[in-house]
Design a protein around this ligand. Structure first.
Ligand code: PGA
Ligand code: ZN
Length: 425
């Protein structure tokens, strides 16, 4: 049972404070978790509690830390750390709001994840095996964001993320090696073509070149893949996260992208052309976060994976609406969008049981925490999105997956293109 719970503030990768919590059980199980933070956040995400005021430009988390130490901890002491659902349920009950605005989703999630780590440690099991049992052995295909745009970069690219997926690899470690090689080929290509400023990087470790146009970025990826000695589409596929809410003009119902103002229909046409021209296997948030209808049109017409991030926000209610409307065919799973491990797993199970793929994801503001690597393997999702193969907060996740693959040995499976079951050639 839980002997102590202690929270503190630490810094995330953008230099903003976030919540870290440590949990100790009587049986000496130890768990620690740090919560991440988004920039292009969905409107319907659970509330990240910030202090306001002067310190940290208003982004302090002292209230959230105090909520863990003074309100949550006393209630959870003595509870069995293995009873994740009871513990998360207790916190939900204590909070009492639909979006966790009283205690803060950051406070609640840090405890929720630290409890899971402590319980796994009590059994001396790696977290992925504690959560997924002996059936957890699918290594995820890494979706690596190597050109950053939108809110994650100081350039004019409207599409937020240009990603590569090494689908031709035989193992996760080979996929990571290929990702690293393409990343460095891209760096050389950008420096050569656009000058030294083009290799500055964005929030997720990808390059932030001074480009204006979607095709320019996709062409750079194709060139980098070829220059590294790989075949685009066969060895390394492409993906994008448009994060389209960020360039949607609500008043005029127009998408402002590539020097054009596009209606929903024209925007969909643009995606259709891009999918024709490039080996794109996955598109995330192609339209704004309230357009369930548009999402279902796109899911019907594009032969790719269509991921819902801001539209679903890892929320079972919104995902149910998506399933009813056939909006998207994949769920982006971000634990801090919903605020407890139990609810995140519930969303994943709902998605999987309805034929949706699941992509476990980091946030643009990250830390050394590696919980999501374990969740991806525990659920056999076959896909993870956790940034470029560079910068400590991103490589922490990929490096943990290297360790997990080594631990699994011959039982580890890398699905390659098979992970994208909604992609039709
Ligand atoms: P965020 O971006 O963490 O800034 O929300 C990630 C994403 O949109 O997938
Ligand atoms: Zn997204």
């Amino acid at each position: 049972s839980i002997a102590s719970i202690k929270a503190r503030w630490v810094l995330d990768s953008r230099g903003n404070p976030t919540v870290e919590t440590e949990v100790l059980t009587i049986a000496r199980g130890y768990g620690k978790a740090i919560v991440p933070s988004g920039a292009s956040t969905g409107t319907h995400e659970a509330l990240e509690l910030r202090d306001g005021g002067k310190a940290f430009h208003g982004k302090g988390v002292l209230k959230a830390v105090e909520n863990v130490n003074k309100i949550i901890a006393p209630e959870l002491l003595g509870m069995d750390s293995r009873r994740q659902e009871d513990i998360d349920g207790k916190m939900l009950q204590m909070d009492g709001t639909p979006n966790k605005s009283r205690l803060g989703a950051n406070a609640i999630l840090s405890v929720s994840l630290a409890v899971a780590h402590a319980a796994a440690d009590t059994y001396s099991l790696p977290l992925f095996q504690y959560l997924g049992g002996m059936n957890a052995y699918t290594m995820p295909v890494p979706l690596m964001n190597i050109i950053n745009g939108g809110k994650h970069a100081g350039n004019e690219l409207k599409i937020q993320e240009f990603l590569i997926a090494p689908v031709g690899a035989k193992t996760f470690s080979e996929a990571l090696r290929i990702g690293s090689e393409v990343y460095h080929s891209l760096k050389a290509y950008l420096k050569d073509k656009y000058g030294p400023q083009a290799i500055n990087i964005g929030d997720e470790g990808g390059f932030s070149p001074p480009m204006k146009n979607t095709r320019e970025a996709l062409d750079a990826l194709i060139n980098a893949i070829r220059n590294a000695g790989y075949e685009p589409g066969k060895d390394v596929a492409l993906a994008i996260d448009a994060a389209a809410s960020e360039f949607y003009d609500e008043k005029r119902s127009l998408y402002i992208i590539d020097g054009q103002e596009l209606s929903r229909e024209k925007m969909i046409e643009l995606y259709e052309k891009l999918v024709e021209e490039y080996p794109i296997v996955s598109i995330e948030d192609p339209l704004h976060e309230e357009d369930f209808e548009g999402f279902s049109i796109i899911t019907r017409t594009l032969k790719t994976q269509v991921i819902g991030d801001d539209i679903f926000v890892t929320n079972v209610e919104r995902l149910r609406r998506g399933i009813e409307n056939k909006s998207a065919n994949a769920l982006l799973l971000k634990v801090n969008q919903i605020g407890t491990l139990t609810e995140a797993l519930e969303a994943a199970r709902l998605a999987i049981s309805n034929g949706y793929s699941v992509v476990v994801s980091h946030r643009s503001g990250e830390t050394e925490d590696t919980t999501i690597s374990h969740i991806a393997v525990a659920l056999n999702t076959g896909q993870i999105k956790t940034g470029a193969p560079a910068r400590g907060e991103r490589t922490a996740k990929y490096n943990e997956l290297l360790r997990i693959e080594e631990y699994l040995g011959t039982r580890a499976k890398y699905p390659g293109l098979g992970a994208f079951k909604h992609y039709k050639r």
